[in-house]
Structures are given as C-alpha cells and as structure tokens.
Design a protein. Structure first.
Length: 119
C-alpha cells in the first residue's frame, strides 16, 4: 500500500500512528475496489492532535462491543435453553449477529502499536 497518510479522525493528510488493518477495514477496501471502483489506497493513521479524541472514541467502541456481544450471547443462550429447535437456534444466532453489527455503528479501529515487554 503506497498512498497518502490520512488521519481517520480529521481526514487531513498528516503523519501519525498507523491504524491496524482488520476485517472491517479489509471489507471496506474490498467494497471500494470491487464494487464502487473508488479505491484511494490511503494509509490510515491517527495524527498527534486527534489522538485524545481517537482514544475516547475507541474506548466507547470497545465498551459498546462488549455490552452488545454479551447481551446477544445471553439472548442466544437463554433462547436456546428455553426452546430447543433449529428455527430458534437460527433466530437467536441472527439476533447475536444483529447485536454485533450494532456495535459497528461506533466502530473505531485499533492502532498498530507494538507492545514491548518490560524486563
């Protein structure tokens, strides 16, 4: 990938901390390349001035994702305990997927920071 470095918060071309490529970003890039034919090949970063705002939004996303997945999992488990059928299994699986997709409305990707071990 050899494109401009663009901040995901302010949208300006700046240097910053790289964003980790994950399944959501790969899916968006695939859609832009194969469906909309509007691939820009930008390198996604978070600039220094936007980092505090990023950190707040990332924290909200991880909290929402955990809550939604926990609620969906509880619904899935209790729904399948109460009624053991294939239809119930599929419906509760769909609800679990729906809860996960709800969390993606506030999606904020992780940064590609190498964690160092303290010795």
């Amino acid at each position: 990938m050899a494109g401009k470095k663009v901040c995901i918060i302010c949208g300006k071309e700046k240097a910053g901390i790289l964003v980790r490529e994950d399944h959501v970003i790969r899916a968006v890039r695939w859609i832009k390349k194969n469906i909309t034919k509007n691939e820009k090949n930008n390198v996604l970063v978070v600039c220094r001035t936007c980092y505090p705002k990023y950190r707040e939004q990332r924290k909200k996303f991880t909290t929402k994702r955990a809550v939604y997945v926990a609620l969906g999992t509880l619904f899935f488990i209790f729904g399948n305990i109460l009624a053991l059928s294939v239809v119930t299994f599929l419906i509760t699986l769909g609800v679990l997927l729906f809860f996960y997709l709800l969390a993606l409305f506030s999606y904020m990707p992780a940064l590609d920071i190498k964690k160092t071990e303290k010795t």
